[in-house]
Design a binder for this molecule. Structure first.
Ligand SMILES: [Zn+2]
Ligand SMILES: [Zn+2]
Length: 443
């Protein structure tokens, strides 16, 4: 792979030992007024065929003929989400206080099934169902969506100009987005919008750069998104705005295969160059797609940490038949400083799917708070870079914990070392510390 100049730092992590974090929580209830919050949900992957039956091969289309492992009302690790699981996630989010001011939703609503079982109409139906479900639970907040590689038919082939799906998305998301945002969404699947007085959100269509997208092969600037992004960031810089970047497919290295990016390298280089040029105004990057919990740190040309990048784990618990582990269903909340829009913390929530099925009760719990779990001051680039460096130690407890989170506490008996750890933590030889914990994406 091309020498991607310095870049990211993959953060790896842990397992096993439970560290008792020192009580240094920088964000505490006393001074919450200066703290803003937002939700992040991703990869809902509704499977409308899911049903519990004794015929294990019939439980869900998304298991692709393999027998479900231990199906229950909230799902199975070989299947995409039953509607019941998605409802229980939003239901639980609604009970938490204080409620965040907005939500980001980074795509992938349809199930992992063969192309012949879906169509443009079916994809739009699932997107409509998920949009309406979110609006029912959260009628009073704005939601900022990004299109995923499954939010199209056939999957991955998102086009560079207007089409039925971009148009449907613009209609469905009209309650949340302003007319200028809807215009670019309809044409190219991307948009930007002011979220708060000096905070701008940029919603990218990173599927235009995704390796399996044949439509954009050999294009230098698919849908003109690079030029558009550069213009938006330049204007934001002049207006003294801060920016949060969201998208489905993440930049950076995949956490489960060594030295491999999810987007084409030529696009990756270009995107990283733009992000470095404007790193001073970017508060953070937020992605989905891998279904696993991971973190990256973008480094500048000198190897200094300049941006934090977060990959949120999925709501769907699906894994492929041959994968040794999956992720439990998850969603998260971010905390940020209202003054300067610096990122303060992640509060990660999850459901232990096996237990929830046994008890027939949706038991969503806090999995961890990032600052407490790793004794960090905040989740800004310097703090995360320091954490990534601690992963380099053999048998690093911090890394083991990070890896446990990567799987959303799927199985704390699984240890990541050797090749597994090498894939998670991009070595310094590339200058890009990829402290990334990304996981296998099923499709
Ligand atoms: Zn995806
Ligand atoms: Zn997905």
């Amino acid at each position: 792979m091309v020498a991607l100049s310095p870049l990211l730092l993959g953060l790896v992590l842990f397992q096993g030992i439970r560290i008792k974090a020192a009580p240094i929580a920088p964000v505490d209830s006393e001074h919450l007024s200066g703290v803003g919050r937002f939700w992040h949900v991703s990869d809902l992957h509704l499977d409308p065929t899911y049903h519990v039956t004794d015929v294990r091969t019939d439980v869900c289309s998304s298991s692709k003929g393999f027998p479900a492992l231990n199906p229950g009302i909230f799902g199975d690790y070989l299947c995409d989400s039953p509607y019941q699981l998605i409802l229980s996630a939003f239901q639980h989010m609604k009970t938490l206080a204080p409620q965040p001011e907005f939500m980001i939703w980074t795509g992938d609503s349809p199930p992992h099934v063969p192309a012949g079982k879906l169509s443009t109409d079916l994809v739009i139906q699932v997107m409509r169902n998920m949009t309406q479900t979110i609006r029912e639970y959260f009628p009073d907040i704005r939601v900022y969506p990004a299109l995923g590689n499954h939010d199209y038919w056939p999957q991955d082939q998102l086009p560079t100009s207007t089409n039925e799906i971009y148009q449907a998305a613009a209609r469905l998301w009209e309650p949340w987005l302003k007319p200028e945002a809807l215009d670019t969404l309809r044409e190219g699947g991307f948009y930007s919008q002011l979220v708060q007085p000096k905070l701008r959100l940029v919603g990218l269509n990173t599927i235009l750069y995704y390796s399996p997208n044949k439509v954009t092969m050999n294009m230098s600037d698919p849908a003109g998104q690079f030029q558009w992004l550069q213009n938006i960031l330049e204007t934001s810089a002049q207006n003294m705005e801060k920016v949060i970047v969201i998208g489905h497919v993440p930049v950076g290295y995949l956490p489960y295969v060594k030295n491999t990016t999810a987007i084409r390298e030529v696009y990756h280089e270009r995107l990283v160059k733009i992000f470095r040029d404007y790193c001073a105004i970017i508060s953070g990057h937020f992605y989905g797609h891998t279904h696993r919990d991971s973190i990256m740190v973008l480094l500048d040309e000198l190897g200094m940490p300049v941006n934090s990048m977060f990959v949120t784990p999925a709501v769907t618990p699906i894994k492929s038949f041959s994968e040794p582990y999956s992720n439990n269903p998850a969603f998260r909340m971010y905390l940020y400083d209202r003054q300067d829009y610096g990122m303060l913390d992640i509060w990660q929530y999850y459901m232990n799917l096996t237990e929830a099925n046994e008890e027939k009760r949706a038991d969503w719990k806090l999995e961890y708070k990032m600052t407490e779990a790793f004794r960090l001051k905040d989740i800004q680039p310097h703090s995360l870079f320091k954490l990534a460096r601690s992963f380099e130690i053999d048998q690093s407890i911090e890394f083991q914990k990070y890896f446990q989170h990567y799987m959303v506490s799927y199985d704390d008996g699984i240890i990541c070392d050797g090749e597994c750890k090498l894939a998670q933590h991009v070595s310094k030889t590339t200058a890009l510390t990829n402290f990334n914990l990304v996981a296998a994406l099923p499709g």
